[in-house]
Design a binder for this molecule. Sequence first.
Ligand SMILES: *Cc1c(COP(=O)(O)O)cnc(C)c1O
Length: 392
Amino acid sequence: MLRSSWQTHLNDRLAQRREAKLWRERPILEQVVRQRDFASNDYLGLSDDPRLAEAQAQGARRFGAGAGASHLVSGHLSPHHELEERLAELMGRPRALLFSTGYMANLGTLQALGDSHTQIYQDRLNHASLLDGAALAGARSRRFHHRDLGDLHRLLERTPADSRRLVVSDGVFSMDGDIADITGLARTCQQHDAWLMIDDAHGIGVLGEHGDGCVGQCYGTDQVPILVATLGKALGSAGAVVAGDELLIETLIQFARPYIYTTAQPPGVASATLRALDILATEPERRTRLHDNIHHFRAGAAALGLPLMPSTTPIQPLLLGTSTKVMAWRDTLASHGFLVGAIREPTVPRGQARLRLTLSARHTLNDIDALLDCLGELVSHEWQGAQGATNS
Ligand SMILES: *Cc1c(COP(=O)(O)O)cnc(C)c1O
């Protein structure tokens, strides 16, 4: 049978990916052993909390399993609206708008704000959804060096005169775990009449006095006019929110196509997130335990001489360098039941492949020690391997 040009093309692409050792697979988990899961973004251990499941079931019984329509038609139900009000309050903003996913929130916000007269400046390590949003907007987009305000300043000075400026950064960087310099970014933006958008997907629920993230109630809308947070990480459910003033939110409702042309998230999901917000407020000990776990892991990993990165957040990458080494370590850890992320190009630059370990309030110090024992064996094997190579 003659192969179509499509089949040839796609087979070639897949073969290239396999050869480059970048093939990706989806592990099927029957039941996750959460104590050994160091890969999820479930930082507060809420995703399988029975109280969230119960709230979701109640929401579904009361409002239906699905929303039935988009927000502007007849899908904007009372749990969605209540959730927007609660999130606005947590994030210290006048208003908030619920999206079905963080990816869509970023696409929608950048598409609604940007056009060919918009110059968008992105930190080099920003999340893929932010880069894709700038492309969808048809805006001109440039990247500045990671956390480099001097580089950003230089680029802003050269903005074409007919352009509005928008600076975009992750709050907590999802592959490195470090935190943006919000004060510095806000000051630089004010100097250049630019708006600042922060995507705090990994900060919400984890950082800040109230779990309000790295921006939250510390910075007003005059400093950070556009604040995004996702609800599928620390908050344990799904969806995302964009928070800001009336002008921003109405602009999004009128113009954000990924908001307008999609079915509203299932109302039970919003009910579950509302329950997660209650728990966030009443159980601050979860955040304390999480931060204790981060300290414990870093102290142990440093003692083993592991290649830690400068991160104070639950995201603790080990910079191993090559994809081959990352996959070997990942497989050994998996054979002991530990799940960790293996991050390779194109997600991170070549030569910066890493294991991405994430800590959660659900881990005990014993769980972390068990992981450190396994990492310690990997280090000592490598050390013996290196000596063997020198001796032979
Ligand atoms: C996870 C993530 C997103 C996407 O959020 P989803 O709700 O999973 O679509 C967006 N931005 C950042 C920085 C993220 O880490």
